[in-house]
Design a protein around this ligand. Sequence first.
Ligand SMILES: NC(=O)c1ccc[n+]([C@@H]2O[C@H](COP(=O)([O-])OP(=O)(O)OC[C@H]3O[C@@H](n4cnc5c(N)ncnc54)[C@H](OP(=O)(O)O)[C@@H]3O)[C@@H](O)[C@H]2O)c1
Length: 348
Amino acid sequence: MANHFVSNYQKLPKKRCGILGATGAVGQRFILLLSEHPYLEISTIGASERSAGKSYAEAAQWRQSEPIPATVANMAVQECRPELFKGCDIIFSGLNTTKAQEVELAFAGLYPVFSNASMYRMDPLTPLVVPTVNLAHMGLITAQQQHLKSEGKGFLVTNSNCAVTGIVIPFAALQAKFGRILEVSVVTLQALSGAESKIETEACKILGSLSPEKNQVMPQQMRVSAACNRVPVLDGHTACVSLRFATRPPPNVLAVEAALQSYISEAQTIGCYSAPAQAIVVHKDPTRPQPRLDRNMERGYAVSVGRVREDESGIFDIKFVALSHNIIIGAAGSSVLNCEAAILKGYC
Ligand SMILES: NC(=O)c1ccc[n+]([C@@H]2O[C@H](COP(=O)([O-])OP(=O)(O)OC[C@H]3O[C@@H](n4cnc5c(N)ncnc54)[C@H](OP(=O)(O)O)[C@@H]3O)[C@@H](O)[C@H]2O)c1
């Protein structure tokens, strides 16, 4: 059951949703999240030519602990062509990166598209949105629609790389309270593959500010040094973070923990159905966070932060460990939250 700051979702009209890449890891999570959603309904599912024409149950190598929802198991999988998704109000994409480039652009001319692929994340007219951080960047949508000539209907909003999501949420909370973070060192222990340059560039765009004309995002000036690693973990990305604030003297551990724990994002206050009650959960137990125990905190929509310590070496100010669910807040769940926010803001 979702938590709500504002329980206005009952009044929202139902939206028919298409899922591109529905058979993959992210696509399977879309199936689970949307099949329980009160106003986003799955109407069309798409994947590669290999899967097209088969029932979903035949086509997908289902790897979730929950069974395939009965409403989806017998649905026919379509090829990912816009004309086969007629009648959809919204498109979610879990396409693999190379295919996404051409297909998502074709769909974005006609439908609101919420994507997990990396191809357009750094495009100047494409909002790169972590829903509990920078919903304001959806302000780019109007300029993007003019560029796409989509007549006010279609657009593309991307999520960040899954490892970036887990660190920018605590950064947003800390900057809201203490001002700019100047320097960051992050070492990730990721359940699935990541890429270093994405952490460095995407984090600065997400934390950047929308221009007054709403036609570009000025990236935050923050130096990020990242080292990414894969570990044998099913779901859940861990990040060990050290950072330095601009403000002197820097905040102490108790102030940092309080700022993280009390952070409230716009996704919560405007009443997004799937928003977590707590965007960041702070752990005092020195053995937490850990993937097995904490990845599903707040249904996978929260970031867990623990082991907050001062950096006694003096190189940085504060160190902590952050854990996030790479497929929920790091992928499909972010798209769903972004979509809920876009509906509440009148974009779709
Ligand atoms: N996994 C993560 O932790 C994670 C987190 C954040 C973002 N992402 C991003 O999300 C996207 C999906 O990742 P994933 O792990 O779910 O990938 P995946 O398991 O490999 O799934 C890829 C999906 O794309 C479909 N596809 C492949 N080639 C296609 C084609 N030529 N035409 C149409 N559909 C095609 C596949 O359909 P078939 O089954 O028919 O081949 C499948 O449904 C990627 O861009 C990835 O970078 C992933």
